[in-house]
Design a protein around this ligand. Structure first.
Ligand code: ADP
Ligand code: MG
Length: 682
């Protein structure tokens, strides 16, 4: 890049030290930094036809003043100017608030260009911007930036104009020419101009198209470079498991593995055996049987003399894993232990000692597993369940507890393909895309809240046949702020309704952990018939006898979460039902309810969820694992993502990347990102 744009921002006219300080707060130090500060939207100043503009929408028109302005004082420093004017053949009023100085300028016969909200009923424009004279060319769109302090948009625009004018011939093209040609992308200079000051809508679109592609290409290059570096450099452990013992164990499992389970077990075992470190994502819909796959993998590691760990996001789930893994693995002589936040101090101390000595083969637990005093003797294989609930940092800490142990991330939230290749692009992916034979589809119905009684009658029929039921509520207790059903109230109601007939109990995150244990145990053992609960039962809870679920205020949940919740029933041989109670207030809410009744497949629902809510909400705001894109939008730009992914795959293995000048910028981007040293990008 040539020197001019790399110069400090103070080289621009009108930028002194004070301004430079404010700009620095926005991360702008050089002219180049300024150029790459993109507006988040544009004001549209294209002239509009008033007769076609709906009420309350913004318009820009050319008007000729027809009357002397009338000024009204509304109080301290507040005034209103009203003036009649002609827009074409349309006589309307222009209203200006608190712009007293205009009164001498708005004389009859003057032509002005004004923008503001169109009050169709009153035939008034409430003017927010005025320019004297007819509308000038090239002023259809004005950029709006996200600015710090009281930096004015107009001032910033002027600086940007200067920056762009002086960048002519100074900004080097950043994409190889064959890619520009292949996709008919505009040059970086044209695109910078178009992103800030587009001459028309198409210019703006082409600028965006170019930068979206470039951004996604950079992103994919980083991911794939990282993956390549890992594959080449990172030595893992070769876990030479005992195939004979593994076969013996598989033979003890009381059902045949589905062919998807077999395929996935093979993929995992192959990774275990290889000396490179496994970094694999296992996706499988609820009920697809991931636990047994985890058990086989962990057992394989144990037969090779290594320890294994399984980390789950909640205590309930950790306990449940401990129970089912013990049932399967203890008969094989495997020593398992459970560590959670509620493990008592003395027991904990003993457990940690055994772990350190190698007297425990498999440790199961919550994030309690990643505390610093949890030290393994030789950890070889780590599985984290429902991993998108963990932060990236937590995953790393767990992984670092062994000498490069193999890592498998399991998730029951089917992830749409675009998100999977984005958030987990550097991982290998295994998918269990088949449910065990004989599973019946869950019948899902959507009722209005006032129809709860009919859900209760249906529930009672199920209960009388010996089945159990879940009733899910969004809240624990009554809330003044949120209008949604609370578990305590429903628990009280159902206790009355079913008094003397069925046992109802209550479960939520604020109960003491002993109480949670008791409730979960009794529900699992069939001593509780109806479990009123918040979403704490969302993940993993496995009670095959439960065949009925009611979800209150179902429209408050996303599709992925509803699907998870629904997955708590239909886990045994019984026909199961899910009733959604909801009076959605939005079209989107209605569409989600319809989707739930129509779609049973988690992957299909995930795509729908992404479409309806966008990628941020898909994973939950906090730890999405998704990068913050400047321009790209994963929902709308997924085709570009796919294309960029393919291009990146070619480039990363092409020598030209490291030698050819055309690739200089891509090369520099990779060098600066740290991925070449194996650093993660998130
Ligand atoms: P998830 O993938 O939701 O974690 P689980 O591993 O909890 O699913 O399995 C759900 C239920 O299906 C369990 O009761 C499990 O024993 C059973 N299961 C798993 N695999 C099979 C199979 N191949 N055939 C029959 N039942 C299976
Ligand atoms: Mg599970």
């Amino acid at each position: 890049m040539s020197s001019k744009v790399l110069e400090p921002i103070t080289q621009l006219k009108g930028v002194g030290n004070e301004t430079a300080t404010v700009l620095a707060e926005m991360g702008i130090y050089t002219i180049n930094d300024l150029l790459w500060t993109f507006p988040y939207r544009h004001e549209d100043f294209r002239l509009k036809d008033l007769t076609e503009t709906p009420h309350n929408e913004k318009v820009t028109v050319e008007a000729t003043i027809e009357s002397e302005p009338i000024v009204q004082f509304l109080g301290k420093n507040r005034s209103r100017i009203t003036v009649k004017s002609l827009v074409g053949r349309h006589l309307i009023k222009l209203v200006f608030f608190n712009q007293n100085y205009l009164k001498t300028k708005l004389s009859p016969g003057t032509t002005v260009t004004v923008s503001g909200k169109w009050d169709r009923g009153r035939q008034v424009i409430n003017v927010s911007t005025i320019k004297f004279g007819p509308k000038t060319d090239n002023a259809d769109f004005e950029p709006v930036y996200s600015l710090k302090g009281n930096f004015h948009q107009n001032r910033f625009r002027k600086l940007m104009r200067q920056a762009i004018d002086c960048s002519e011939g100074e900004v080097e093209e950043t994409l190889p020419s064959h890619l520009l040609e292949k996709y008919k992308l505009i040059t970086v200079l044209e695109a910078l101009e178009g992103v800030h000051f587009p001459v028309d809508a198409d210019h703006s679109k082409q600028a965006r198209r170019r930068f979206v592609y470039e951004e996604l290409l950079h992103f994919q290059l980083r991911i794939q470079a990282l993956r390549k570096v890992h594959k080449e450099n990172e030595l893992g452990i070769a876990i030479n498991y005992d195939l004979k013992k593994l076969r013996e164990f598989i033979a003890t499992i009381p059902f045949d593995l589905t062919s998807a389970q077999k395929r996935v077990v093979n993929e995992i075992c192959k990774d275990l055996k290889e000396p490179t470190r496994m970094n694999r994502l296992l996706q499988g819909d609820v009920g697809s049987g991931k636990t047994v796959v985890a058990a086989i993998g962990l057992f394989a590691a144990v037969t090779a003399g290594f320890q294994g760990a399984l980390m789950a996001p909640t205590e309930i789930l950790a306990e449940q894993h401990a129970t089912s893994l013990s049932k399967m693995l203890e008969p094989m002589g495997v020593r398992l232990a459970l560590l959670s936040g509620s493990t008592k101090t003395k027991a904990r101390r003993m457990l940690l000692e055994q772990l350190h000595n190698g007297e425990i083969d498999i440790l199961i637990g919550t994030h309690a597993l990643i505390q610093p005093d949890v030290i393994f003797k030789n950890l070889g294989f780590v599985i984290t369940d429902e991993q998108h609930r963990f932060g990236v940092e937590q995953r790393r800490v767990l992984r670092d507890k062994g000498a490069n142990p193999d890592v498998l991330f399991m998730t029951a939230t089917p992830i749409p393909r675009t998100l999977a290749i984005t958030a987990f692009g550097e991982m290998d992916v295994s998918i269990i895309d088949e449910l065990p034979a004989g599973r019946k589809q869950i019948e899902t119905h959507w009722l209005k809240k006032e129809q709860m009684h009919s859900a209760i009658s249906k529930m009672e029929l199920e209960l009388r046949q010996g089945r159990q039921a879940y009733v899910i509520c969004p809240l624990i207790e009554e809330s003044e702020k949120i209008d949604a059903q609370n578990a305590e109230e429903v628990f009280a109601q159902l206790s009355t309704v079913f008094k003397g007939k069925f046992k109802v109990d209550l479960m939520h995150g604020r109960l003491h952990s002993d109480e949670k244990d008791r409730v979960m145990r009794e529900f699992t053992e069939g001593k509780i018939d109806v479990l009123v609960s918040t979403t704490v039962v969302e993940v993993g809870v496995n009670v095959p006898n439960a065949s009925f679920m009611v979800i209150y205020d179902a429209d408050r949940f996303g599709l992925a979460q509803l699907h998870q919740l629904r997955g708590r029933v239909g886990r045994g041989q019984f026909q199961s039902y899910c009733v959604l109670l909801a009076d959605p207030k939005t079209d989107e809410g209605t569409e989600r309810m319809m989707s739930m009744t129509e779609i049973n497949d988690g992957f299909q629902l995930a795509e729908k969820d992404l479409e309806l809510r966008g990628p941020g909400d898909f994973f939950g705001k906090k730890q999405s694992g998704l990068p913050d894109f400047k321009m790209a939008d994963l929902v709308h730009d997924y085709r570009t993502l796919e294309v960029a992914r393919q291009d990146a795959a070619v480039i990363i293995y092409d020598d030209a990347l490291w030698t050819d000048d055309e690739y200089k910028h891509l090369r520099e981007m990779l060098e600066e990102s740290g991925v070449l040293n194996g650093e993660r990008i998130d």
